[in-house]
Write a protein that binds this ligand. Structure first.
Ligand code: FCB
Length: 435
């Protein structure tokens, strides 16, 4: 990688990201059960039935891991608090040991000169709330506001930034329509409710944080570029539906106070009553947008199915270990599109980008990061106000339904011994981030 910090705008921040359930070891420290534990224990959902009970044992190796972040020269560390670790039943009683852990994490970052960027929800819903319908339940925004306030009161004075929810598309669509993530539903009514409640919960959390005087609040969405498999009008329309569900539903809700017509075609009958009145909350003003970006999809019409009537075509060209196509120009396109159509001058951070590769050393990961950083530069040159770039992930971890075999880390983790070993990509980034 031949970059220097001077190749990016003044004040541009580099960082790395992780999430609680993927690294901490959820059996430790009094955390309550989550819907990911029960999803993983159900045969057929997760490779080898693996779960996050031990993960990287970050809970007991906090200082060693914080030293790795410092050694990388990262400006920002994006991490999440686990709702079930903080409030094992989801509401009510607080697990003091859990909050103390995050307190040490935040102080440990600040002592090392790294800015803490907190995400409040990265998918491990307390089981007690899942039992009450989870994201389908209209009480979710109240429960989430309660949890937000507990964490914000304890950590809010020392955070650099806060985002309520990681990737609302995954929380809503992937988990309730595709059934690939917990709670593993395939139900259009559950999907509609989850998609709306996740945005409303986001808005409530922003209001709570503002009420406590916090600043630098944002939203982290995952976006996928959709390309039509052909010029046929039905393939173009199917691609527009895919784009609407994946991308425009969330950007539209957050920044325009509207849902795209292509989504309402399918979901309107199932949305909760009065959903149109919730946009004032959903649109609570933000200080930045976070873009998680990995790949693009080629989409075709599917004639034999009801809405959304699309199908993914096989990926082309070089793929990562996830089978995801490597297509950096889509990141360039997305950043410029988000700014042009939705966010204007608001800073945009690439809050996740990286690749799964089991290779060590990992020149493929270095090349992937290099190409995507060039895409960021191209977006900046086009006028998009990109202000930072965070790599997914600091270390190999629990990759959800794909278990421990998909390795996204800059640091290799031996899941037998839990030894951490920085990869070539770690050293390549450290060479210029530390300069
Ligand atoms: C994102 C998730 C993150 C990780 C990466 C590969 O969608 O936010 O937890 O799984 O994908």
């Amino acid at each position: 990688m031949n970059f220097t910090r001077a190749d990016f705008p003044d004040g541009f921040r580099f960082g790395v990201a992780t999430s609680a359930y993927q690294i901490e070891g959820h059996q430790f420290g009094g955390a309550g059960p989550t819907h990911w534990d029960s999803f993983a224990a159900t045969p057929g959902n997760v490779v080898r039935f693996e779960d996050g009970a031990r993960a990287c044992d970050h809970y007991h190796r906090l200082d060693e891991d914080l030293d790795l972040i410092q050694g990388l020269g990262a400006d920002v560390y994006r991490f999440s608090t686990s709702w079930a670790r903080v409030m094992p039943e989801g509401t009510g009683a607080v697990n003091g040991e859990g909050l103390d852990f995050y307190d040490r994490l935040v102080d440990g970052l600040l002592e090392r000169g790294v800015s803490p960027a907190l995400t409040l929800y990265h998918w491990e819903l307390p089981q007690a709330l899942a039992d009450r319908g989870g994201w389908r339940n209209a009480d979710m925004p109240h429960w989430f506001a309660e949890y937000t306030e507990v964490v914000a009161r304890r950590l809010g004075d020392r955070l650099w930034s806060l985002a309520p929810i990681n990737e609302p598309w995954c929380v809503g669509w992937l988990s309730h329509f595709d059934g690939h993530h917990a709670p593993g539903l395939r139900d259009i009514r559950a999907t509609a409710r989850a998609m709306h409640h996740v945005l409303l919960s986001h808005g409530r959390a922003i209001q709570v944080c503002k009420g406590l005087g916090m600043q630098n609040l944002g939203a982290v969405c995952n976006f996928e570029w959709a390309t039509a498999a052909s010029d046929a009008p039905e393939d173009m329309a199917a691609t527009a539906r895919y784009d609407a569900i994946y991308n425009r539903f969330f950007l539209g809700g957050l920044f325009k106070g509207e849902y795209p017509a292509e989504v309402l075609e399918g979901l309107a009958p199932y949305l909760p009553a009065g959903w149109q009145d919730d946009f004032a909350t959903i649109q609570s003003p933000l200080d930045w947008l976070g873009v998680n970006f990995y790949t693009r999809k080629r989409i075709a019409h599917r004639a034999d199915a009801p809405w959304p009537a699309y199908q993914e075509r096989p990926p082309q060209g070089p793929l990562t270990d996830m089978g995801w196509e490597i297509y950096p120009d889509a990141l360039h396109q997305f950043l410029t599109r988000a700014a042009r159509e939705y966010t204007g001058d608001l800073p945009i951070y690439v809050t996740e980008n990286g690749m799964a590769s089991a290779t060590t050393p990992d020149p493929d990961r270095i090349a992937y990061l290099d190409e995507h950083l060039r895409a960021v530069q191209a977006a900046v040159a086009d006028g998009a106000p990109v202000a930072g770039y965070f790599v997914w992930s600091l270390m190999d971890n629990y990759e959800w339904a794909l278990g421990y075999e998909k390795r996204f880390g800059l640091v290799h983790v031996d899941f037998e011994t839990l030894a951490r070993t920085p990869k070539a990509s770690y050293h390549a980034l450290a060479d210029w981030w530390r300069s």
